[in-house]
Design a binder for this molecule. Structure first.
Ligand code: PLP
Length: 379
């Protein structure tokens, strides 16, 4: 199978895997225990904290380990609500469900939810935030790169506006980390989400990076781990793997771009030649993501056919949720619902090659030819 679904998850990097192994068997100490085994587990967690911190340009104390991106996004949205009286939360209309759904939950408990629209290129509109009466906005969340289109969002501009109006600013950087240089301070945000399994680390680890002054309540109360922000015995092995993966991701960010950008250009030239429309192509995008639709071919159908031919891709409907139906991202961009159901995402990674792109294009030729013949017979 040729894997083209790296925005869903990535294979684990060998150094991350190797680093985890001792902590899955012999080094089983609880990082809170005072004996030697526990002390070694604590040292490993703190080393990983330093690695993640260095990868995004913060101090280790600013890294709050979580079980992944979903938890980190929930921690921001709900954690803010625990510490502030109800006000307005503004989020991008194209955010991942793990920002949208907790924000919708807040809207059921006295908060006002404002959705910031996107333009036809998939860029969240700064003017939508500027148009809101400032004083009531308590929190703003706009992602750094969209998981479906790969479009990079003007987070710094949102942050300047939000903080200027006294709101706290969060960005979900899950799909940007490892694909672009990500420096917390340059983004001007108060909190930022990252996830391990999107950067060649293990599943089950992630972090909310926070400004030290940010006052958040915890989702999980208990023994007071992670400075009281995330109680629960640490998943030491996953955190260790995350640390190594984060260090690698930051070190390889230029190599990653130089590898993926020409591959995507080759892919998209072939797709356009075959009649596809590429979503977000006019905007700045992370270098690995291509989101497209062929007229008259359902996205789900194409993904199933590609799978049968040995290629792992994602359809628009499956990109970000378990709900079927057209992607909310494409609808927010003004794409007609019928075309939105045709969307397919190819997300490249470190291991993909030119030969694999050419093999995919050849497979598309036979699949599209077959589907056209079938629809001609049906008509
Ligand atoms: N945010 C974005 C933009 C994502 O693409 C994802 C994963 O699909 C998440 C958050 C959730 O991260 P995790 O899978 O670590 O919970």
């Amino acid at each position: 199978m040729i894997y083209f679904d790296h925005n869903a998850t990535t294979p684990i990097a060998e150094p991350a895997f190797e680093a985890m192994l001792p902590f899955l068997r012999d080094e089983y100490g609880n990082a809170s225990s005072r004996h030697e085994l526990g002390t070694r587990a604590r040292a490993a967690v703190e080393q990983a904290r330093e690695q993640v911190a260095a990868a995004v340009g913060v101090q280790p104390v600013q890294v709050v380990f979580t079980s992944g991106g979903t938890e980190a996004n929930n921690l921001f949205v709900k954690g803010i609500a625990m510490r502030r009286k109800p006000g307005r939360i503004a989020i991008g209309a194209i955010e991942h469900p793990c920002v949208r759904e907790p924000a919708r939950q807040l809207a059921k408990s006295g908060w006002t939810l404002a959705e910031l629209g996107a333009d036809s290129d998939g860029v969240t509109r700064v003017s939508d935030l500027a148009a809101l009466p400032g004083a009531q906005t308590a929190a703003v969340s706009v992602m750094l790169a969209n998981n479906e289109t790969g479009v990079v969002q003007p987070v710094r501009r949102f942050a300047d506006l939000a903080r200027g109006a006294g709101a706290v600013m969060h960005t979900d950087a899950v799909q940007a980390f490892g694909k672009l240089p990500v420096r917390f301070a340059e983004l001007g945000v108060d909190a930022m989400t990252v996830s391990s399994h999107k950067i060649y680390g293990p599943k089950g680890a992630g972090a909310l990076i926070v400004d030290k002054r940010l006052d958040l309540g915890p989702l999980l109360a208990g023994g007071g781990h992670e400075r009281g922000l995330r109680s629960g015995t640490e998943n030491v092995a996953a955190i260790v793997g995350f640390g190594v993966a984060a260090e690698l991701a930051a070190a390889l960010v230029d190599t990653y771009r130089d590898h993926c950008a020409p591959l995507r250009a080759r892919l998209e030239a072939g797709l356009v030649q075959r009649g596809a429309r590429i979503f977000g192509a006019a905007a700045e995008r992370v270098p690995n993501t291509s989101y497209f639709a062929f007229p008259d071919v359902e996205g789900e159908t194409l993904v199933i056919q590609l799978d049968a031919a040995g290629f792992a891709a994602a359809s628009g409907a499956a990109c970000s949720s378990h709900h079927s139906g057209p992607s909310h991202v494409l609808l927010a961009m003004g794409v007609e619902p019928a075309l939105a159901t045709r969307a397919v995402r190819i997300s490249l990674g470190r291991g993909n090659s030119e030969e694999e792109i050419d093999a995919l294009l050849a497979a598309l030729d036979s699949i599209l030819g077959r589907l056209q013949r079938m629809s001609a017979i049906a008509a």
